[in-house]
Structures are given as C-alpha cells and as structure tokens.
Design a protein around this ligand. Structure first.
Ligand SMILES: *Cc1c(COP(=O)(O)O)cnc(C)c1O
Length: 492
C-alpha cells in the first residue's frame, strides 16, 4: 500500500501544524473542562467506519465538531487540576522527529541511536538533578525512559523481588518460583495508587502492602514507624522487599524523608524506590535539591518529564544504581532476538528495562526539550511556578475566609474555605466552591481528603499559566466563596 507521497505529506503536515497552532493560540478562550454528558461523543460519531478513503479535511472538521468540545484542555492556562501535563510545542516537534524516523528500539541493534541518545540524556539529567555518578552508566547504574511512573514503580518492584530472591537459601529465585505470600512492601497512606497497583500486578496480593504511619503532625513517612514495621515483619518470618518514599505526594505534595527512610531500609537490605513523579524535576534548581537529600542511598528514582518538565506524555525517567538489576529480573531472550551486539555484553538493550518488548524513540522528544530550553530554561520554568504558588499561598494566609490545609509544596497549594460554622460546614463550602468554579469553565481545580477533611488543590504548572491567571483564580475563589456563604446563610 503506497503511503502519502512526500509532497502530499508536506501539504497535509502544514495543514495539521496550522490546526495545532490555532488550537493552542485559542485554547485560553475555551472552557477548561469539557461539559459533555457521558455518551455524547459516541453519539456524534457514525457507527459505520468509512469503506472508502476520505480527505483529511473531513476528519479535522469532525475533530472540531466532536473532539474539541469533548476535551478537557490540559494546556489551558487556568488548568490547576491534578498535576500539570506539560505538552510543549517544542516536545511535539521532537515527537514528530521520533515518529518520522519510525524506529522500534527494543534492542541496541535495532537502532543504536535510539538507545545511546537515551543513555546520554539520562546520564546528563542525572547530573543536572544531583543524583550522583552512581546513577549513570559510567558509574554502574543508569537511566531509562518509561511510559509512566506506574510502569517505573512496577519494574522497580520486580527488580526488588529478584534481588531479594537471590539471597534465599533454597537457591530457587523469584524468577523460578514466583511469589510465596511473605513479601512485604512499605508505603504511606499518601503514596500514589500506582504502588498498590504494582503490588497487584506482581501478584503479591493486598496483604503485601504495609501502610507506614506518618511522623506526628505531618503526612510524611515516619522513619521510626518504618523501622518498627520492618523489624516486626522480619521477626515474623515475612520478607520486606521494597520501601517507597515519595517526594511530593499527589494529594498534598508531602515529602517523605528519603535519607532517614533509606538508612532504615538498608539495615534490612530492602530496595528503596523514590517516587518523585511530579516534584523530582524541581531538583534541577539547586535551591530545591534538598528535596532529594539521601538519594545517593536509594536503589531507584523516578520523576516524570511528562508532568512539569515541558515534555508531552509519555516520558517517565527511571534511574537505578545497579544497571544489571532490571535485566536480571526481566530479560528473556528467544532465539529471534539474539544478536552479536547483545552477546558481546557491550550494549544496553532497553527491552530488558521495561515490561513491553517494543519501545518508541522517546529520547528525541526529551532531547528536543532539553536542547531548546537549555537547563537554564527548565529551571526558570520550575521557579516561575513555585514563585506563583508562594504568592498565591500568601493570599490564602492573609484572608480569614480561607486557610491553608497544609503548607504549600513547591507549586501545589492546598486550601479550604473557612465559614466560621465548623469543620463540616467548611468542608461542604469548599466542595461547593470547587464545583462552582469547575462548572464555570473559567478554571479547573481538583480536590483531595486529608484526615477526613475536604481540601481544594491548586496545582500551578501549566506552561501558559502566568500571574494574570493565578490572580483571576484567586478573585474567582473569593467571589465564589462569598456567594456560597450567602447561599448557606439564606438556607439556614
Ligand atoms: C502522577 C503520579 C504518579 C503516576 O504517574 P504516571 O506517569 O501517570 O503513572 C505516580 N506517583 C506520583 C507521586 C504522581 O504524582
């Protein structure tokens, strides 16, 4: 089947680039949240697939008519929900290069550049983040680009299971016998659900997941509670496998003390995986590097370039201090994948670092971002949002109608509405305010629950967000809270 001829591709490509440019130029004027009802998008599309070819124009018309209204605009400057999903146009250019080459980089030999560009980038970023030489290929470790922090946690867990099984007296390892129900994984109540999912995917069962208490008055993992849990489990004949401290939890941005956790975990030979999916990239800035204090003691570290680092989904960065750990757990070589380069032992085959065999040339997308912004540009991006969040948190502090639920963490501010009517009234008012704002389409916020209390999250980090948008959000919060208080007063 002949593909587009190059001239036709050029014409259609320009048309598509124009579409994206127009979309981004106008995205601020769209309602942030899609308001369509469930099933609306499906109802708008013909159930019959086209039997004959149709022109691209017709598809773009359908995208305008159906897809755009059915889209929540993550690149909108007033998107403050979840965490950001920066999809810079720069990274889109890198994505085009990647798909343009059309490489499948499962093995070094299936495209050496796909592997080695990734190695160079991840070595460089390890240095830029302050991870230390032990996480570089020259230092015996190394990094890889995974599709998601969830996958990063899963493969770290599999490597931890493998390492733990190697020390067992029977000589029969995890790879031969699987799991036996004695494995234990340590997290906090704030840990991302992807860890619980990794435990489930690995077949460990829910009992394997131990929730470690936080230190008093905080949401961060207590090293003393961890030490007690590890000791009790070991004494009971259970096998501590992995501890996951989080740097920047999803709910509130809580930061587990990596150094103290790693020191405790080391005494039991437990794998430490740091989940810094959102916040880790802030360590590019020297002033935020203490977030990662103690990272030189851990076994694996993950941060997502596809959240706050300007790189369109997907690009989750995972470093391990032992480059043999993931291949040890995951490598299986059927005859059709054997090749001289692999046999020589001189190359990295990234298929052995991940669940799937095939992989995209994601490094080109990340490289385009790092190249085009420079590390200085990436730092400026992070700093701008942290400063906007600090100023926003000051306004929350100064207004008696609001309270910070926890201290701000980098660019995440968690707050609640204060009514004077007690906790339940504050929770109800906070929920109403969030619902009103989201329904208005002017901004998008998400929530969490901390200690049973409803909390509004304001995650600053969309690329287009400026002071103007944060000011507008504050004005809308103040006005909406006043309206909700008036409704409550009228009803009561
Ligand atoms: C977003 C997030 C994740 C999950 O990221 P994916 O790349 O979507 O799997 C994991 N952990 C934390 C702390 C997160 O914020």
């Amino acid at each position: 089947m002949p593909d587009l001829d190059p001239e036709e591709f050029r014409r259609l490509g320009h048309q598509l680039v124009d579409w994206v440019a127009d979309y981004r130029a106008g995205v601020a004027d769209l309602p942030v949240r899609s308001e369509v009802a469930p099933g609306w998008v499906r109802s708008q599309l013909p159930a019959e697939l086209p039997e004959e070819p149709r022109p691209l124009d017709a598809l773009l018309a359908e995208v305008d008519r159906v897809v755009v209204p059915g889209t929540t605009h993550w690149q909108h400057p007033s998107f403050f929900g979840y965490f950001p999903a920066n999809a810079s146009l720069t990274s889109l250019l890198g994505d085009m290069l990647s798909t343009g080459l059309g490489v499948q980089g499962m093995l070094w030999s299936t495209s050496p550049a796909c592997t080695e560009v990734e190695q160079v980038l991840l070595d460089g970023l390890a240095g830029a983040l302050g991870l230390g030489p032990e996480f570089t290929f020259a230092g015996g470790g190394g990094g890889s680009i995974q599709d998601s922090a969830s996958s990063s946690a899963l493969v770290a867990l599999l490597a931890a299971l493998h390492r733990s099984s190697k020390t067992r007296a029977s000589g029969e390892g995890w790879r031969e016998t699987g799991v036996d129900g004695t494995e234990r994984i340590y997290v906090t109540a704030e840990t991302h659900s992807s860890l619980a999912k990794a435990v489930r995917v690995a077949g460990l069962g829910a009992r394997a997941l131990r929730i470690v208490d936080p230190s008093p008055g905080s949401l961060a993992m207590s090293p003393a509670a961890l030490a007690a849990a590890l000791a009790a489990d070991a004494a009971a004949g259970l096998r501590p496998i992995l501890v996951c401290p989080t740097v920047g939890t999803t709910g509130t941005g809580a930061i587990d003390p990596v150094r103290a956790v790693a020191e405790v975990a080391r005494e039991h030979g437990v794998w430490v995986h740091v989940d810094a999916a959102w916040a880790g990239v802030a360590a590019l800035c020297p002033e935020f590097r203490d977030l990662l204090d103690g990272v030189e003691l851990v076994d694996s570290f993950c941060t997502n370039a596809h959240k706050w680092l300007l790189t369109a989904f997907d690009a989750s960065l995972l470093w391990v201090r032992d480059a043999t750990a993931l291949p040890g757990a995951l490598s299986i070589t059927p005859e059709y994948l054997r090749n001289a380069a692999t046999d020589s032992g001189d190359v990295v085959d990234y298929r052995d670092w991940q669940v799937s065999l095939g992989r995209r040339f994601r490094a080109l997308k990340l490289w385009t971002v790092v190249h085009s912004y420079g590390l200085a540009g990436l730092r400026a991006h992070v700093r701008e949002h942290v400063a906007l969040a600090a100023a926003f948190a000051d306004r929350v502090r100064e207004d008696p109608g609001f309270a910070l639920a926890v201290e701000p963490s980098l660019a995440l501010v968690c707050l609640r509405v204060v009514t004077g009517g007690g906790d339940a009234a504050d929770d109800a008012a906070s929920r109403r305010v969030l619902e009103h704002i989201n329904a208005s389409g002017a901004a998008l916020l998400t929530h969490t629950v901390v200690d049973g209390r409803y909390v509004i999250r304001v995650a600053i980090g969309s690329m287009a967000t400026t002071k103007e948008h944060v000011d507008a959000l504050w004005a809308q919060l103040v006005a909406t809270a006043a309206q909700v208080r008036a409704e409550v007063a009228a009803a009561g």
